[in-house]
Design a protein around this ligand. Sequence first.
Ligand code: GLN
Length: 196
Amino acid sequence: MTVGVLALQGDFERHQERLAALGVEVVPVKYAGDLDRVEGLVIPGGESTTIRRLLVRSSMWEQLRYRVEEGLPVFGTCAGLILLSRNVVAEDEDYGLGALPVTVERNAWGRQRESFEAPVRLAFDDTPVRGVFIRAPRILDAGEAEVLGRLADGEPVLVRYRNVLGATFHPELTEDLRVHRYFLSMMEEAHASQKS
Ligand code: GLN
């Protein structure tokens, strides 16, 4: 299986390393043609407005929307999650691709808590992961999405809807590979169902 990491802006190199550590083939996605070759895509953290602008400029925005609708497994972290969301507070209606039926607010932790770490309880494992939050968005309403990770007070920080996974934190910044491994299992599911 080949997984792509959108490499236009932001924290893509750490994602590439983390995925390579799991033994999959990893390719940077910079041009529209690169998207055709991948069976899964990670959209990294960074600055969502910049990543969005570069996606539109490289004609990948609509192509990405189409591939995600078609079932391409996608994992967005932080800015990546924002770009996959249906409603982004205070932004235009089409700011996100709409693939995750959630409402998010950018930079929503306030200045005091711009960056922090907190344990995230996972739905698919007994031991929490260390969540690294950097100017993170908040999921104000998880809608129909399945909540796979929560802070101690119950706040959703890792959500899934069908083929789309989104985290408000940065699992690529720790050595813990569990969230990336979970995403690979989504790719395996999609791969198996295409074959059958
Ligand atoms: N604050 C950024 C945004 O709104 C996201 C931050 C991040 O990806 N670490 O795009």
